[in-house]
Design a binder for this molecule. Sequence first.
Ligand SMILES: NC(=O)c1ccc[n+]([C@@H]2O[C@H](COP(=O)([O-])OP(=O)(O)OC[C@H]3O[C@@H](n4cnc5c(N)ncnc54)[C@H](OP(=O)(O)O)[C@@H]3O)[C@@H](O)[C@H]2O)c1
Length: 245
Amino acid sequence: MSAAGRVAVVSGGSRGLGRLLVERLLGDGWKVATFSRKPSEFTEQTAAERPEDFLWAPVDLGDRAGLRAYAAAATRRFGRIDLLVNNAAVLTDQELFLTVPDGRLDALIAQNLAAPIALTQACAKVMSVRRSGQIVNVSSINAIRGYRGVAVYSAAKAGLDGFSRSLARELGPLNIRVNSVIPGFFDSGMTAGVTAENRERIRRRTPLGRLAGIEEIADTVLFVISSGASFITGQTIVVDGGITC
Ligand SMILES: NC(=O)c1ccc[n+]([C@@H]2O[C@H](COP(=O)([O-])OP(=O)(O)OC[C@H]3O[C@@H](n4cnc5c(N)ncnc54)[C@H](OP(=O)(O)O)[C@@H]3O)[C@@H](O)[C@H]2O)c1
């Protein structure tokens, strides 16, 4: 679809995959609203250089009212929402399930599942007025394969995939497509703590014999929202070099 005048909301656009998506969408002519807890050099510079096209505000995924207020602010600023990418997520340390404290368990589910669901509801209401839109939920291969130390995060991401499928049925008649993109490992702040040994293990187990470039994950998201994917909805699109095949 032509991006001119279209508006994207991307959660977690200050760095990592979210930042790259913001850059690419702006480059393609979208207006982009994004949030994170803290600004980055990228968000500050882009807000200064592209004030007509770019909105950043501090919002925490754990703040449900803040998420709804942010969707309302983006709509006031740009007049519409055509695309939501639920990109922001939290995974700091791997921890064994038997020792995950109760509060942390709640936070992981709140930030990685309840927050994107609430943000989607707020944005989809805006999309429904025009009977057109797209939602992309950034999931993880942890949703489709078991890995030690990430059980609660995995549950949240698997929940997000189920959410994508059922929502696609509900919103399809409103011409709103909903899909999950499921990345394998890529370099970002989230994976900065992965040891060289573990990176090498992932590389060896990957049929394509290398790790993903972050731009390959962004390419997949951009494909899913493109006219070339106009009949794809309710799907989980895996981009992992084949490690889960
Ligand atoms: N990296 C991987 O190997 C990998 C693999 C599979 C799936 N994924 C998924 O890909 C997506 C992007 O991950 P990434 O690796 O690019 O992550 P990242 O580099 O850690 O960036 C995360 C972004 O989300 C924001 N964020 C984090 N916690 C937040 C909170 N509580 N409230 C609001 N914003 C918050 C961060 O900004 P602040 O910290 O300032 O809030 C940042 O902008 C995530 O959904 C992740 O689960 C990543």
